[in-house]
Design a protein. Sequence first.
Lengths: 120, 505
Amino acid sequence: MFSLEFVAASSIGVLTAAGIYLILRARTFPVVLGVTLLTYAVNAFLFAMGRLAVNLPPLIAEGAAGYADPLPQALVLTSIVISFGMTALLVVLALRAWLESGSDHVDLEATDPDARREEP
Amino acid sequence: MNHWLVLPLLVPALVAPLIALLARRGIVPARILSVASALMVLVLAAILLGMAADGEIRTYALGNWPAPFGIVLVLDRLSALMLVLTGVLGLFVLLYAINGWDRRGEHFHSLFQFQLLGLNGAFLTGDLFNLFVFFEVLLIASYGLMVHGGGAARVRAGVQYVVINLVGSTVFLFAIGVIYGVTGTLNMADLAVKVGELAPGDQALLQTGALLLLLVFAIKAALVPVQFWLPGTYGNAPPPVAALFAIMTKVGAYSIIRMYTLVFGGGAGDAAWIAGPWLLPAALATLVIGMLGVLAARSLGQMVSFAVLGSVGTLLTAVSILTPQAMSAALFYLAHSTLTAAALFLLVDIVASRRPGQEDALTVAPPFAQAGVIAGAFFLAAIAFTGLPPLSGFLGKLLILDSIRDGAVAVWVWSLVLSTSLIAIIGFARGGSTLFWKSTAVEGAFESTAQPVALPMIAVGLLLAGLVLLTAFAGPVTAYLDLTAGQLFAPMHYIDAVLGEGRGS
């Protein structure tokens, strides 16, 4: 019913939109989730840049009409590794910032009284 | 194959894990290895500059895979210039940091070497995706350095810095994806060929990719409207790290210069010179906002951070004209502003460490130890930064103004550069007189906790000496920069060098 292109493009679009929305919440936990969604979106996007095709050989095969482009897959692999490491770092850093300053706001001026951590 | 090209990457890449392994043995081996490595990087950069000066473009195919299939390192005059600048800055800042900043947290020296690796890699690579990877290398190291020493304000600024750069990296990947989707290559020289031959139907996608890429580099260079991260980051980072970060905004500027002369330059068909119309207004706005920030700042660290913003504006104003003469002036200003910003950030730390309780706030307080020498150094750096004669800032701004003489653009550039220079002079004069001059009239003294040590002053002195040398040898330097700009605006030689003879025409 839906073409492959439609499904791929709209899911990348939804992921990106959700990611941007969460990042604009400017509190660390939504921002971490938003960055994660955004990296999922960009990984799928990079993958799609090798063209969406089914039943094509990887690299080359005798008598095949074409081949699946292997380079975007290598690029996606690199970007997955980097974004995974970065997200882990961000989680640790956000936790430390919350413990040290008692605020989970990403912007530097925390005026919202809800943001203060309750002292035990 | 010329193996010299890969050495500025190999040295820090091998030394950094070695330092981490020796972390248990205390700070002394780490300091020795780190300084030795920084010195070696500087010597290698100088050797490469000597090689590049003959005008030949040298390439190094990693793993011996020929371009455009493998990744190449490319050394031309611009890369060599940036390597030398990184080497000089890295060594002097490191000399400053071994005074005690390196002991306020773990693994300072490892991260510092990884930072040098990322910077050198970004300046040498000839592949767009590899540029992304080296950006990440230098960013990962900078995240660690940024929060070095800890403290609530610094860690919170660090979170903000990391989030902005993660979003920037995502946009970078989107841009790479779009450009790869329409051209089928990521090698910069191959891109330059393919972009010129692109079908008209793909132009919209290509130009979207090109402008997304410009946005990413603008984030790195802290250009309006994506400049807001810079004052918070630089103001809260440890001052020696902020001094090293003086080259980080220049990575963005370098990438803009490289991509928008080589790939989206004169040979790009409909996408030719695509950066100029977007870059010029943004750069002028950055200039104004930065210099107004200098006037409004309430601490010396904040003032210098905004001064960096202003210098980025001046630099990219000249770049956005996209003529060889303006580019040569921009490169001179780039070298000058990097050294000046680093010297100013180190002076911020020297002042702050001598005023416990007040730190670097612009308040009238009792005089502090060695105020005379420090005031002299600040005076020199401020003269250089604001563009008063006789130091290199004056020459840099003069060259920039001289290269932009025609049309409505010249009216805007001349009036804004000159009026913001006046604002900067007022800002720096106010800051300097509050800190150094008015303080002499106040009774009392600070309980100085910082022992007067020679090494930090030597590091600042060396940076200032660099500025004096840049001024004294402005003739040979501008001759080299004219040749560099000439090379940038004749990309066929670059393409020939990477892809083989006959492809660039």
